[in-house]
Design a binder for this molecule. Structure first.
Ligand code: 6PG
Length: 251
């Protein structure tokens, strides 16, 4: 494994998705343990897409069951973003996480905070923002861990290139952007929540991510075409777990 430090980010380059996911599971358990020890709670926000599935499967496996057993009790599971579909829809980020991980570990329903993709988008975004504030007891929720992915267009969460959410004056915690390229609404954390996290971990795998990853770390300013470049926790840590294919153009 090779490590790089670039622009305040700690980058780990792993041979392939399997080893990247193993590292991700280990880091997840470490952060969960530190968080529960520090404040008897582990607040977690999950992304969707395909990359995190292997990590979720590992965490659901016996190998982590023992290590995570007493930690799941203090865990509060949220989502970074969601498609505007019902929870049983194949596109649902909730459904993917539930099938791969949450249905295999000991969590009470009250510990699982689903974004309501089936509701009218603006209403669902506002409701989730209210829920965040009441669960964290503040209008600036600081997640112990936010798991992010990055698309081949350098989007992250559901903040896509040239989104109006790419600005520092965005006060909302959760938004419901209409994504032209998808022809669909999404629910998403804004940068205010992402950059308020104690730890952000990106999981990026595959050759199609090499060029956007190169651009993200080559860019000297926050380019509106590169949303992932805008994620930089104000006080928290930023870790990129990438595989060799995705890192192939990084110098
Ligand atoms: C989503 C995700 C999204 C994802 C990227 C990468 O809802 O799709 O939250 O931001 O992380 O699109 O997706 P892959 O892991 O499938 O490449």
């Amino acid at each position: 494994m090779k490590t790089l430090e670039k622009r305040g980010a700690h980058i780990e380059v792993w041979p392939d998705l399997a080893e990247l996911s193993e590292r991700g599971a280990q880091l997840f358990a470490e952060i969960a343990g530190q968080s529960v020890k520090r404040h008897s709670r582990f607040s977690l926000a999950l992304s969707g897409g395909s990359t995190p599935k292997a990590l979720f499967n590992l965490l659901a496996d016996d190998a982590y069951a023992e290590r995570m057993h007493h930690l799941w009790r203090g865990t509060e599971v949220f989502w970074v973003d969601e498609r505007c579909v019902p929870p049983d829809d194949p596109q649902s980020n909730y459904r993917m996480a539930h099938e791969a991980l949450l249905s295999h570990v000991e969590l009470d329903p009250e510990q699982i905070h689903r974004m309501r993709g089936e509701d009218e988008p603006e209403r669902a975004a506002e409701d989730y923002a209210q829920h965040l504030q009441s669960n964290f007891g503040t209008s600036d929720p600081a997640f112990d861990l936010v798991l992010l992915g990055m698309g081949a267009d350098a989007h992250t969460a559901s903040i896509f290139p040239h989104s109006t959410l790419l600005n520092d004056s965005e006060e909302r915690l959760v938004a419901a952007p209409y994504v032209e390229k998808l022809g669909a609404y999404r629910l998403t954390f804004t940068l205010r929540v992402l950059n308020g996290a104690r730890c952000v971990v990106f999981l990026v795998s595959g050759r199609e991510k090499a060029e956007p990853l190169r651009q993200v770390f080559a860019s000297t300013e926050r380019d509106a075409g590169l949303p992932a470049r805008w994620v930089r926790p104000a006080e928290g840590s930023l870790v990129w777990l990438v595989d060799e294919e995705a890192a192939s153009l990084l110098d």
